[in-house]
Structure formats: structure tokens, C-alpha cells
Design a protein around this ligand. Structure first.
Ligand code: 5RP
Length: 234
């Protein structure tokens, strides 16, 4: 394992402390969350009884492979704890999420959870959000117009950058389609001057399904290092 991967692994291991027998657990998406899902699978094999609510089809597949029992979100009234990664975390525990394109389900699961535990390698901790491009999930219909409105929102709220790019993948540069059937725009904001104002502006744009600014959701942040992990609580 590289040091970065080890740091993700250590954060995921430390998150197991928050999981108790009988809990319903939100399962995040991404490489750090994948470490957590595998670790949880190991605990299940040792007798822990939990049910997981996956935040993406990728996480659903992984959880099934490693034997974490799943439950549909429509079958639960609340989730005890959600364990998910992040692309950036600031000292107020505001997050940029969606690098893996799962932001819509990630927010629904986080919002339904009594506690959100963020697991990340320490490089994700930043003083100011924005170096990582901010993902915005948009409907395919009218996406170019929505792209314009998103760029306007960046300018209006004082972001350092206003380039907004449709996320593509593969040799053919096909647009990435999310689990919800939408497109992702990556907003190269460089530096977010006012995260709350930007979140409100983005939310108000017709065609925006979800954005990657998660504010007021995380209570605990576990920063993994090559050796051990640091737990921060608000
Ligand atoms: C997916 C996410 C991920 O949590 C985020 O991209 C971090 O991923 P990784 O753990 O691979 O660094 O928001 O939509």
C-alpha cells in the first residue's frame, strides 16, 4: 500500500469505533469508503449485526461482495451513522464531495443520518475550500444553459475561478452519467469565498439536481495518516 492508501485505510479502521451491534450504517462511496466497507464486512463475518445503506451502485456491489447485509433506504426511518469520504474538509467541517459522482445519494444518506463520520487521508484537510473542482449534478436536459447559470453563481459569490466543465470519461470522452441518470459539471472555483452563499445560489438554479458543498452535516472527521488517525469532533 502507498502511504496515501495506508492513510485512507487507517481512517476507515478508526471509523469502526462508531459502529455498534444492531446499527443501520450509511456506506459512502470512493476509495476511502471502500476500505471501510471491506473492514465492516470483516466485522460482520466475526458476528457484528448491522445493515448498510449504500450511497452508490459501486458501493452496493462491493458491500454484497464482502458480505455486508443491505437495506433499502425506503425501509428505514433513520440511519444511525453514515461513514463517507470527502474531497476537501475545512475547519468548520464544511465538505466538498462528489469526486466519485455519488453526491446525490451521499447527501440523502448523510441528511437521514444521526451522525456523519467523514473519513479521509490528511491531504483532504484544507483551510479554504475550492482547490478541488466542485461537482454539480445537473439534468441532461438543458445542461449547457445550466452550465452558464452555474458559472454566473460562481462569479456572483466571489469565487476565484468560474470555469465549469462537463465531466467526461473514457477514450470517446463520453459524458459521465450518474446513478441518478444525470450529468456532472465540475466547477473550477479555485477558492470559495463564501460557501453558504454559493450553496444557496447553486441550489436555486433550475436544472441543478445537487451540488457537492456539504455544510452542517458532518459532526466527526477522521483524518488518516500513514501511521494512525486523528479524530476531530465539532
Ligand atoms: C464520491 C465522494 C468521495 O467520498 C470523495 O470523492 C472521496 O473519494 P476518495 O475516498 O476516493 O478520495 O464524494 O462521490
Amino acid at each position: 500500500m502507498t502511504d496515501a492508501d495506508l492513510a485512507k485505510f487507517n481512517a476507515a479502521q478508526a471509523a469502526l469505533d462508531y459502529i455498534k451491534d444492531g446499527m443501520i450504517v450509511g456506506l459512502g462511496t470512493g476509495s476511502t469508503s471502500a476500505h471501510f466497507v471491506r473492514a465492516l464486512g470483516e466485522r460482520v463475518r466475526q458476528g457484528l449485526r448491522v445493515k448498510g445503506v449504500p450511497t452508490s451502485e459501486a458501493t452496493r456491489n462491493l458491500a454484497e461482495q464482502v458480505g455486508v447485509p443491505l437495506i433499502e433506504i425506503s425501509q428505514v426511518t433513520a440511519i444511525d451513522v453514515d461513514v463517507d469520504g470527502a474531497d476537501e474538509v475545512d475547519p468548520a467541517f464544511r465538505l466538498v464531495k462528489g469526486g466519485g459522482g455519488a453526491l446525490l445519494r451521499e447527501r440523502i444518506v448523510a441528511a437521514a443520518s444521526k451522525r456523519m463520520v467523514v473519513i479521509a487521508d490528511e491531504s483532504k484537510w484544507v483551510e479554504t475550500l475550492g482547490a478541488f473542482p466542485l461537482p454539480v449534478e445537473v439534468t441532461r436536459f438543458g445542461f449547457a444553459l445550466t452550465q452558464e447559470r452555474v458559472a454566473e453563481a460562481l462569479r456572483k459569490t466571489g469565487c476565484a475561478g468560474d470555469e465549469v466543465v462537463l465531466r467526461v470519461s473514457g477514450k470517446a470522452n463520453e459524458p459521465v452519467i450518474t446513478d441518478g441518470g444525470n450529468y456532472i459539471l465540475d466547477a473550477h472555483v479555485q477558492r470559495i469565498a463564501n460557501a453558504e452563499a454559493l450553496a444557496a445560489e447553486l441550489q436555486a438554479i433550475a436544472g441543478v439536481v445537487e451540488h457537492g458543498l456539504f455544510i452542517g452535516l458532518a459532526q466527526t472527521v477522521i483524518l488518516g495518516k500513514a501511521k494512525g488517525a486523528e479524530v476531530k469532533t465539532l
